[in-house]
Ligand binder design. Structure first.
Ligand SMILES: Nc1ncnc2c1ncn2[C@@H]1O[C@H](COP(=O)(O)OP(=O)(O)OP(=O)(O)O)[C@@H](O)[C@H]1O
Ligand SMILES: [Mg+2]
Length: 251
């Protein structure tokens, strides 16, 4: 089943760069879709379209549609606050709030009006478990989140987005600053999460792309060069440019 259908999406920044060029992609539910390719390919730009974060950047022209459950996300009438609750995002550098671990998780819900203590408690435990960090922090929830290691902070950020009960999770190189053990924990958490969510991941390496992808999309200078089943794309790419990149001949 498709969660998102991207149709003829093109985007140009104010400096004239064509960062996405007529992208068409169906994105499956309950799977990890990776967007990979060399710097400047448009991967982050595409993620930012999916939760309308590009509203805040210097976009000159944008055309096409991104349908989620039958509604066009790009429609100016879309409630972007509600959209961003449904489509959570985790960035390369974990940005925890300067608050306790617990408060990092409940803050968004409280802003949204949730006051019931039991609901907040439940969200803390559920989201920390989903992000595979509950055991490491359950006895220190009142401590500042900033005191955790980078790998732990990244999983707190993932948990914070999960606390909002999103449907789609966008991750832009979430493990780029992490050691291999923390990276493994984040990847393992994603494998569990895909059972219930739609996950779109920009990996930090081709190796991570190959390890995690159910579906993989290769981006080069704004063009979607090849898109397909991860196993097939990494073992038997159809396009020469994909093959050159995955075999390390360029990029
Ligand atoms: N806010 C912006 N204003 C102007 N141009 C931008 C902006 N963000 C990105 N670009 C340009 O759009 C193109 C695509 O950038 P984008 O960040 O989406 O690529 P990327 O695939 O995520 O690259 P990386 O692997 O380096 O993160 C680049 O040419 C970049 O310079
Ligand atoms: Mg990027």
């Amino acid at each position: 089943m498709n969660k998102l259908v991207i149709e003829n999406l093109s985007l140009q920044y104010a400096d004239g760069t064509e960062s996405l060029s007529n992208i068409n992609m169906d994105i499956a539910k309950n799977a990890i879709t990776v967007l990979f390719g060399p710097a400047g390919g448009g991967k982050s730009t595409l993620l930012r379209c999916i939760n309308r974060l590009n509203d805040l950047t210097d976009v000159e022209t944008m055309s096409g549609r991104i349908m989620m459950d039958g509604e066009d996300i790009l429609n100016p009438a879309t409630d972007t606050i509600a959209l961003r609750r449904k489509v959570g995002m985790v960035f390369a550098r974990p940005v925890v709030l300067p608050m306790s671990i617990r408060k990092n998780l409940t803050y968004g819900l409280e802003l949204a009006g949730e006051k019931r203590k039991s609901k907040l408690e439940e969200a803390v435990e559920r989201s920390l478990k989903l992000a595979a960090i509950w055991d490491e922090v359950k006895d220190r929830l009142e401590e500042p989140a900033i005191a955790l290691s980078g790998g732990q902070q990244q999983r707190i950020c993932l948990a914070r987005s999960l606390a909002q009960q999103p449907e789609v999770i966008l991750l832009d190189e979430p493990t780029s600053g992490l050691d291999p053990i923390s990276t493994g924990k984040v990847e393992a958490a994603l494998q569990e999460l895909k059972k219930d969510y739609t996950i779109i991941l920009v990996p930090h390496s081709v190796q991570q792309a190959a390890r995690t992808a159910d579906y993989a999309a290769f981006f080069l200078q704004g063009e979607l060069v090849e898109y397909g089943n991860g196993d097939e794309l990494f073992t038997n790419p159809q396009e020469q440019r994909t093959e050159d990149y995955v075999t390390g001949r360029f990029g």
